[in-house]
Design a protein around this ligand. Structure first.
Ligand SMILES: [Zn+2]
Length: 298
């Protein structure tokens, strides 16, 4: 099977260093095995889109030398596909009319946020309510998966998360549904992304099972956090910086990922850096965990 990877930024702002690590990791996993690297803009939540950020993300990726294959997929143009997936879930999906206020009072909080205990499970589909979300009925069969880097994870979705939302009450499709439908549509064989998304994966596997999709392989690289526990993602990266700065930034993403790249003066151009990176990429060198000193310049 051909390796097809992807990078899927959400246009809620410009790319920051954490997103460049994600881009580099997924890019090199694909390019080092002559695979494809697809680009998807996760603009399913139109309320979170920042003006001009899609344009800036694309300019940044291009100017830093990432080369994607094929057309860019925009989630904002995929509503019909998401609706079809929702329809095919049939009885597994049900409308939920619980308000946020009600849930805040009535439900318990687990390790992954609040646990929805299925209040509306028996609700019939053609309800007479102006606003409702759609939830997916879950079960208590533990869902386990092997990650290529992290320890294997088991989740009993019903007990630990509850029936989760696949279409929101504001008519937006949820991230979980959109990602699963798009990964299948783009025939993604390998998902490479940050470990902050690790605990989303069982829900996505469950959705894949319900929809009859194939399961991709997962690699969750460690999300960079500093010693004081903050996620490293403050600095934004603009396409306007000079070539040496770009080289330096890409080298930093490589070293973050444990690749032990030579110093910057070893390379005469950005292209050189990428040539070295593709040739020498070794995903076994990626550390499973990553902590930086508190004063690390980001
Ligand atoms: Zn409900």
């Amino acid at each position: 099977m051909q390796y097809i990877g992807r990078f899927a930024p959400s246009p809620s702002g410009p790319l920051h260093f954490g997103s460049l690590i994600a881009a580099t990791a997924s890019y090199l996993c694909a390019k080092s095995v002559q695979g494809q690297w697809l680009l998807r803009i996760e603009d399913v939540d139109k309320f979170r889109i920042k003006k001009n950020s899609i344009k800036r993300i694309l300019q940044t990726l291009e100017s830093y030398g990432y080369q994607w294959n094929g057309d860019i997929l925009y989630q904002s143009q995929r509503t019909e596909a998401y609706q079809q997936a929702l329809d095919s879930l049939a009885e597994l999906a049900y409308p939920c009319t619980c308000t946020r206020k009600f849930l805040q009072r009535q439900v318990s909080i687990g390790a992954y946020g609040y646990i929805y205990p299925g209040f509306c499970r028996e609700q019939i589909s053609n309800i007479d309510s102006p606003q409702f979300a759609m939830r997916l009925r879950t079960n208590n069969k533990p869902l386990c998966f092997e990650d290529s880097l992290q320890e294997s994870l088991c989740q009993d979705i019903e007990t630990e998360v509850g029936d989760f939302i696949i279409k929101r009450s504001d008519a937006m499709f949820s991230y979980q549904l959109a990602v699963v439908v798009d990964d299948a549509y783009q025939q993604i064989s390998d998902v490479v992304r940050g470990s902050d998304l690790l605990d989303n994966t069982p829900r996505q596997l469950y959705l894949q099972q319900c929809l009859g999709y194939q399961q991709p392989t997962y690699l969750h690289f460690p999300t960079a956090i500093t010693e004081d526990g903050k996620k490293l993602s403050k600095q934004n990266h603009s396409p306007e910086v000079d070539d040496a700065q770009k080289r330096q930034t890409i080298l930093r993403t490589l070293n973050f990922l444990g690749q032990q790249a030579p110093a910057i003066d070893h390379f005469s151009s950005l292209e050189d850096v990428w040539d070295w990176a593709i040739k020498n990429w070794n995903r076994d060198k990626i550390p499973a965990q990553m902590t930086l000193p508190e004063n690390y310049p980001d």
